[in-house]
Design a protein around this ligand. Structure first.
Ligand code: OOG
Ligand code: MG
Length: 256
C-alpha cells in the first residue's frame, strides 16, 4: 500500500467512524520514518483544506502511557486549530470513533525554538504560557492496537484538546510537582503530577525541538505544545462531564 493510500484509509476511518487494522499487520517493513511520512501528508492535506496548524504534541512521554499502549519511546504529532475545545465546551462524539481523555500540560511559545543545541533555559525563555490541559485522543485503529509506525502515521491519535483558563507561567519552576486529578461525573479516575512526563513537561518540549531539528523544522511563536499524557487515558460516553484539576486551575467539558 502506498503512503497516499494509507492517508486515504486514515481519513476514511475518521469520516466513516470505522476503525481500521494497523498497517504493520500486513507490512512488517513499514518503518517509523514511513509513519512520519504519512503524518506529514495528513498535515499537508489538512492545510490544503484550510485547516490551521496550532502546534504540536508529544506522546508517550510517561510510563503510564507507554505501558498502556505498549510503545516505549516518545512520538510526536501535530495539532490543528479546529481540534481545540474551549474550557467549559463540549466534546462531540459524532465526529469521533472511540475517544479517550488524558490530563497534560500545554506550553505556549512567544518566540521561535530551533536547533539541536537548544537548552532547558532557552525553552523557558521562549514560553508565553503554561496551561493545564486535557487531550482527547481517538485512535483510527481498532481497540487502540498499533505499533509505533502505525500510531505515528495516525498523527499519534490526535483528535482534540482543551486548555485551562489560567496561565501558570509564573509558577513554571514548580509545575512538575503540581498534583492533578482527572475525573468523570465527579468521580476521580486518576491522580498524577506533571513530572510523569520525562521528569518535567519542559523536557518534552526540549525533545520535540531536537527531533524537529533533524528534519530542519522549527517551532514558531504562538504555537501550542501538548507535552504528553500524565496518566492512563479514559474512554468517555455521551452525557459525561470530564474535569481536570490542579490547585490553580480547573478544566471542565461535556461529552455529547
Ligand atoms: C497514542 C497517543 C499518545 C500521549 O499523550 O501519550 C499521547 C495513544 O495513546 O493512542 O497522546
Ligand atoms: Mg496525549
Amino acid at each position: 500500500m502506498t503512503s497516499l493510500e494509507k492517508v486515504e484509509r486514515l481519513l476514511n476511518a475518521r469520516a466513516e467512524r470505522v476503525a481500521i487494522s494497523p498497517f504493520t499487520d500486513e507490512e512488517s517493513n513499514f518503518t517509523i520514518q514511513d509513519g512520519y511520512g504519512v503524518q506529514k501528508m495528513l498535515l499537508e492535506r489538512a492545510v490544503k483544506k484550510g485547516e490551521i496548524l496550532s502546534g504540536y504534541k508529544m506522546g508517550l512521554t510517561s510510563k503510564a502511557k507507554q505501558k498502556d499502549v505498549n510503545v516505549f519511546e516518545p512520538i510526536r504529532g501535530f495539532i490543528l486549530k479546529s481540534m481545540e475545545i474551549p474550557n467549559g465546551g463540549t466534546l462531540a462524539l459524532s465526529s469521533r470513533i472511540k475517544p479517550r481523555v488524558e490530563p497534560e500540560i500545554a506550553l505556549v511559545l512567544k518566540s521561535k525554538l530551533e536547533g539541536q543545541n537548544v537548552t532547558l533555559n532557552d525553552v523557558v525563555k521562549a514560553l508565553s504560557g503554561v496551561y493545564l490541559a486535557c487531550e482527547v485522543i481517538d485512535s483510527r485503529y481498532k481497540d487502540y492496537k498499533f505499533k509505533m509506525p502505525d500510531v505515528i502515521a495516525d498523527n499519534t491519535s490526535a483528535s482534540g484538546y482543551v486548555l485551562g483558563s489560567h496561565n501558570l507561567l509564573p509558577r513554571v519552576e514548580e509545575v512538575r510537582l503540581f498534583g492533578l486529578t482527572l475525573s468523570k461525573n465527579g468521580e476521580i479516575l486518576e491522580t498524577g503530577a506533571p513530572a510523569a512526563a520525562l521528569n518535567n513537561p519542559l523536557n518534552s518540549l526540549l525533545e520535540l525541538v531536537k527531533a524537529m531539528a533533524k528534519t530542519g523544522e522549527s517551532l514558531e511563536p504562538g504555537q501550542v505544545i501538548l507535552t504528553g499524557g500524565l496518566t492512563n487515558s479514559h474512554f468517555v460516553a455521551s452525557g459525561d462531564t470530564i474535569e481536570v484539576e490542579c490547585a490553580f486551575d480547573k478544566i471542565r467539558f461535556y461529552v455529547k
